[in-house]
Design a protein around this ligand. Structure first.
Ligand code: DGJ
Length: 553
């Protein structure tokens, strides 16, 4: 047995041994299930929240380079690492597969009690095809490229080429088959992202010969049928483009969607999604893990072609759904400040929220709590996690620590209307956020004024040179009649009954922690800490959790 084969055998063997499920444990493959309005990821029979971090693109390419970072991921209270699988490394020659880096990744994750979400860096990575193997790159006759208006080839595999699609699908199917063999019993790998930030650039559509032929053809009946069947629920932008062109039941792409860039983007989205569907379906036939696609979001004012167009963006959700039923959901990479707005847009159509990439700034800590509280998120994951700075790391570890404690409550409450996320909408917001929950209206003010002080246990010294104020945000759960648990930082919450007539008072407020789902008191809060019974306050500069009981008078 050669070195690579031996390693594969050992990973599979260790997987089976480590799996050695306790009596009654669930051996089913990770899958999605509905709970109320939420979608949960079920792992080993139990719902699972991903406290994730995504590796920088090249970190998993050499196991020796990756190895030292795992201790840091544990300190961050992460339970899952998002890591690429590189087409060029796993299929260096056509049909010859080398899974050694993947096997090492799985082995290191298991050694460190982490789960994995794998990112298939196949045909596309941020629009480009930089991870296609050399034998694909060197043969543009066989593996057609997208071209711009002048016919200039781009380093982008054309989605109109069956050769491209089938080569990618064969490689991805091989990865999934291998995962079934080495991880079918253990479930270290939870989900798969198929491709990475698919999108057309620098023109709104591909102008290769295959693309031009497809553009002149009729819009497939699957898409026109979907539009007609979902006419009243379509994403408003898609609906406007379709109805603006006459709301036709059939015709060429420009007949149905007009001849502008919006129509070209819909055309590209359909074809990117059909290609991705073929790849995902080939993989699922081998090992049916949940699969998603991620999107680079649009900067304000950009037109299709100026941003990576036609990716899994909220205005194209219907096109992706109609074309790619093997893709379970669309995921946003949220690097912008208006986190809440993008999260809402992705939830608009019932799409589950999973954030595979986010800015690894101090705000990641509160954005994570907001995503879990407001949108029953499957998970959250800052990008380039091994490079996270000290302040952001400290805050994220504290926030993920709260999520870990709250996990049973969050999971039980998902999709039932008993949770809310607390996050400022930005400096324009003047009024406290109003949250209706459990028969009360909570008015939540975000304290952005005070910089962290050393006494709070954070790194930045107070004073003018201290930099930006610490983040503010969190989540709240209605845990019983007249009872809430609020977790987060830099929040002040006042309470009123949702039916006017009486006032709400604080019966008790206590700081605490959850140990194996059981509440433990840290200290009773009264007097100054509740402003003599007027409000609940979670101090800035540190993450904490309070249980508050209310009464009416
Ligand atoms: C988004 C991509 O999906 C990642 O792979 C990485 O390139 C980041 N951008 C860099 O910010």
């Amino acid at each position: 047995m050669g070195g690579a084969a031996l390693r594969t055998f050992l990973v599979a063997l260790l997987g089976v041994l480590a799996a050695a499920p306790a009596a009654g444990a669930d051996s089913s493959i990770p899958h999605l299930r509905r709970q109320g309005t939420a979608t949960q990821l079920v792992v080993d029979g139990k719902p699972f929240l991903i406290r994730g971090g995504e590796l920088g693109n090249s970190t998993a390419s050499n196991p020796a380079y990756l190895q030292p970072f795992w201790a840091r991921f544990t300190e961050l209270n992460m339970n899952t690492v998002l890591a690429p699988v590189y087409w060029d490394l796993i299929e260096p020659e056509e049909g010859r597969f080398d899974f050694s880096t993947l096997d090492e990744l799985v082995a290191q994750a298991r050694d460190n009690r982490m789960r994995l979400v794998l990112l298939w860096f196949g045909s596309w990575k941020n629009s480009m095809s930089c991870y296609a193997p050399a034998w694909v790159k060197r043969d543009p006759q066989r593996f057609a490229r997208a071209t711009d208006l002048d016919g200039t080839r781009q380093e982008i595999l054309s989605p109109f080429s069956a050769e491209n699609r089938d080569a990618d699908a064969r490689a991805f199917a091989a990865v999934q088959k291998h995962l079934r063999e080495v991880d079918g019993a253990t479930h270290t790998v939870l989900m798969i992202q198929v491709e990475n930030e698919i999108g057309m650039i620098p023109t709104a559509r591909d102008h290769s010969a295959g693309a031009d032929r497809a553009f002149a053809a009729a819009v497939p009946a699957e898409l026109t049928g979907y539009l007609a069947a979902h006419r009243d629920e379509l994403a408003p932008e898609l609906r406007a483009t379709w109805l603006g062109a006459g709301g036709k039941a059939g015709g060429t792409w420009s007949d149905v969607f007009g001849s502008g860039p919006a129509g070209e983007e819909i055309f590209m989205a359909w074809h990117f999604a059909r290609y991705t569907e073929a790849v995902a379906a080939a993989g699922k036939r081998e090992h049916a893990l949940p699969m998603f696609v991620n999107a680079a979001l649009i900067r304000p004012g950009h037109q299709p072609g100026q941003y990576p167009s036609a990716g899994p963006l909220p205005h194209l959700v219907d096109v992706w759904r109609a074309a790619a039923p093997s893709i379970d959901f669309l995921a946003p990479d949220i690097y912008f400040q208006n986190f809440a707005e993008w999260a809402r847009r992705y939830r608009r159509s019932g799409n589950p929220l999973f954030v595979p990439e986010a800015l690894r700034s101090p705000e990641a800590s509160v954005n994570a709590l907001y995503a879990f509280g407001a949108h029953a998120a499957i998970g959250f994951s800052p990008f380039g996690i091994e490079s996270i700075g000290e302040t952001a790391a400290r805050l994220l570890a504290a926030s993920y620590g709260l999520v870990a404690q709250l996990e049973p409550l969050i999971l039980a409450g998902q999709g039932k209307g008993t949770m809310a996320g607390l996050l400022s909408e930005g400096s324009e917001q003047r009024q406290p956020q109003q949250v209706r929950l459990g028969g009360y209206v909570l008015a939540v003010a975000f304290e952005r004024g005070a910089p962290p002080s050393l006494a709070d246990g954070v790194v930045a010294p107070a004073g003018p040179a201290a930099g930006p104020p610490p983040p503010s945000g969190g989540l709240v759960l209605a845990t019983g009649p007249d009872e809430f648990v609020i977790a987060g930082t830099a929040l002040t919450v006042t309470f009123a009954p949702s039916v006017p007539g009486k006032r709400a008072g604080i019966l008790s407020a206590e700081e605490g922690r959850l140990v194996a789902g059981r509440w433990e008191n840290v200290r009773w809060l009264s007097g100054d800490e509740t402003h003599q019974g007027r409000h609940v306050r979670l101090e800035p500069g540190r993450f904490s959790m309070q249980r508050v009981r209310l009464y009416l008078y």
